[in-house]
Design a binder for this molecule. Structure first.
Ligand code: NAD
Ligand code: GLY
Length: 357
């Protein structure tokens, strides 16, 4: 399968190349995007031995001068320390304003590298080569970049669009099962907020890898459309955060790395679905369908031992919170979301207590 999806953002538009065996064409895709010269490939210790050489060689063969930096795997790499490390590596490899970075890996590498590119020399170009399902369907598209600080997740970052996104579906063959499920959480999210037909597909065959390429392409189309309409999250783009307010709090309170991001999003979506039943008229039946799809993907539906007072405190420093409790993305039906929903605090607590036993 080979498909291209375009992200239409005027002079910042870019293609998403989706297909099997794409890694070897990264060099020519970068040429086509008008990139030149030196580049810093950033990856992690799991991805480097699998795909580092191929990416390096593809770039070298196309006339680029790459250097490869391999970082520890995992959420804790999205840190100030690793950001500073990348600046040092960029300096050592002589990256000037015409050079670029390549993020080869999951959302951790994509977010960190994107932010390094956004801030190095006040901004150089970069390329996303996502190798996790989560990064393919969500984080590599749309230009959100950033790092975590002890006070909260993604609190420091920038909007910085890539020059291109290139995904090789074959890389998913080496992705651990648990990571695949976590990525499916963002697929389910996309279906819930935008596409009831996609949701029905997931209900029929949530783990049908045979059609995964088509599902990824559909998620990219939806994300591209949302970002086209609202690149900097003035409104509509907020719907992509369905389940994420609670998820970010869960990740923070449980300790980064305890839950995979997609797992926390699954719990957050159950939470948001219950809130939606209470105040948006989502039917109990649709809420149950959401839980059933998540459960079939082996995703968690709740979490024990995280107290409301800690979750509340973490929500208060969510980056979308301005002076008070956050507003929520809720759904009135599967396939249609509303952003900026206010929820009474008593309800937030009551529903949290319901799913945290
Ligand atoms: P990740 O980057 O930590 O990757 C998950 C694990 O899979 C890592 O251990 C990695 O080494 C390994 N891995 C990656 N590709 C592999 C492959 N092909 N084969 C074998 N192993 C492989 O996690 P993730 O789930 O991809 O991304 C999560 C991050 O994305 C979070 O920090 C989250 O905040 C961020 N995110 C950002 C956005 C955005 O819009 N920027 C959207 C959603 C999530
Ligand atoms: N993952 C949320 C967004 O890109 O806006």
């Amino acid at each position: 399968m080979k498909r291209d999806v375009n992200v239409d953002l005027g002079d910042r538009s870019y293609p998403i190349h989706i297909g099997s065996g794409n890694l070897d064409s990264l060099g020519t895709a970068c040429q086509d995007a008008g990139l030149k010269g030196r580049c810093l490939i950033v990856t992690d210790e799991n991805v480097a031995p699998l795909y580092g050489d191929r990416v390096f060689q593809s770039l070298e063969k196309a006339g680029f001068n790459p250097a490869l930096e391999t970082l520890p795997a995992g959420e804790t790499t999205k840190s100030q320390a690793q950001l500073l490390n990348l600046y040092s590596k960029a300096a050592a490899h002589g990256l000037d304003r015409k050079c670029f970075m390549v993020a080869l890996g999951g959302g951790v590498i994509g977010d960190l590298t994107g932010f390094a590119a956004a801030s190095w020399l006040r901004g150089i170009r970069f390329v996303q080569v996502p190798t996790t399902l989560l990064a393919m369907v969500d984080s590599s598209v749309g230009g959100k970049t950033g790092i975590n600080i002890p006070e909260g997740k993604n609190l420091v970052g920038a909007f910085h669009q890539p020059e291109l996104v290139l995904m090789d579906l074959d890389t998913l063959k080496t992705l651990p099962e648990r990571e695949l499920s976590a990525g499916m959480a963002e697929v389910v999210k996309t279906a819930i907020i935008w596409d009831s037909g996609l949701f029905q597909t997931l209900e029929k065959s949530p783990a049908n890898l045979g059609n995964l390429g088509g599902i990824i392409a559909r998620c990219c189309e939806i994300k591209a459309e949302v970002v086209r309409q609202d690149e900097r999250e003035g409104g509509l783009r907020g719907i992509l955060n369905f389940g994420h307010t609670a998820a970010h709090a869960i990740e923070n309170v449980a300790g980064y790395g305890e839950f995979l991001h997609g797992e926390a999003v699954a719990i957050g979506m159950v939470y948001a679905a219950h809130l939606s039943v209470a105040i948006k008229g989502l039917s109990d039946e649709e809420s149950a369908r959401i839980e059933k799809v998540l459960a079939r993907l082996s995703l968690p539906l709740g979490v024990a031992g995280l107290e409301w007072k800690d979750i509340r405190a973490a929500m208060m420093v969510d980056k979308k919170t301005v002076g008070g409790l956050p507003k929520f993305v809720l759904v009135d039906r599967i396939g249609h979301a509303e952003f900026g929903c206010e929820v009474p605090e008593e309800l937030l607590e009551e529903v949290w207590n319901g799913i945290s036993q």
